[in-house]
Design a protein around this ligand. Structure first.
Ligand SMILES: N[C@@H](CCC(=O)N[C@@H](CS)C(=O)NCC(=O)O)C(=O)O
Length: 218
């Protein structure tokens, strides 16, 4: 039983990872349709997928005949339609804080290390693989530097990014830490980020959403 939810997913995609976390936190079952971003130039560019998501990015969620793109829009859609295990706090200030944390990662840090950005650096500027890795690592580190400052010594930070319930910001933090590991970015300077990451990873929902737990991983 999948509740009519279908996720176009790639196991290594951190944006899709956010959605998997939200689905598992809410206890929602779903069907996975893998979109291999590397196979033969990337299945995200195939006509059938472009017809669903003209941005040619994963994730994309189908809810029956509704198509929802953009991971944060998907998370907010799930929160509004499936209110169990809320991803956002009840108060406006809290929601603004959580969205600011999430956007700092999802809007300002993550996109600069995206596959198509790195591919463009290679084709337009002949950047080497090492230069691309250094580029991605730079933006990951800058993002975490800001995130650490936003989290540490803030009374609203709890066991997780906001209080003692995992939510939208945590669903962005954990995949970005995964990206940091992929790019060998040291996390020593971000102890609060690391602590929250480990708190999240102790939860079954996060474990089930992890890249290595997905079909086709590896
Ligand atoms: N802002 C989008 C970003 C989606 C995104 O960047 N997805 C990446 C994987 S993490 C992708 O599909 N990349 C394919 C490519 O760069 O060609 C979201 O949050 O959903």
């Amino acid at each position: 039983m999948t509740n009519g939810l279908v996720l176009y997913d790639y196991w290594r995609s951190s944006a899709a990872y956010r959605v998997r976390i939200a689905l598992h936190l809410k206890g929602l079952s779903y069907e996975t349709r893998p979109v291999n971003l590397l196979h033969e130039g990337g299945e995200q560019h195939l006509p059938d997928y472009r017809a669903i998501n003209p941005q040619q990015l994963v994730p994309c969620l189908l809810d029956g005949d509704r198509v929802i793109t953009q991971s944060l829009a998907i998370l907010e859609y799930l929160d509004e339609t499936q209110p169990q295990a809320p991803l956002l706090p009840v108060d406006a200030r809290g929601r603004a804080r959580v969205r600011a944390l999430a956007l700092a990662l999802a809007c300002d840090a993550h996109p600069l290390g995206n596959l198509r950005v790195l591919q463009r650096l290679e084709t337009q500027f002949a950047a080497s693989e090492m230069q691309c890795i250094e580029w991605a690592a730079h933006w990951i580190a800058l993002g975490f530097e800001a995130l650490e400052a936003m989290l540490v010594d803030n009374a609203a930070t709890g066991r997780y990014c906001h209080g003692d319930t995992p939510g939208l910001a945590d669903a962005c933090l954990v995949p970005q830490v995964y990206n940091a590991w992929r790019r060998q970015v040291p996390l020593d300077d971000y102890p609060t980020v690391q602590r929250i990451y480990h708190e999240c990873c102790a939860l079954e929902a996060f474990q089930r959403a992890a890249p290595e737990a997905q079909p086709g991983a590896g």
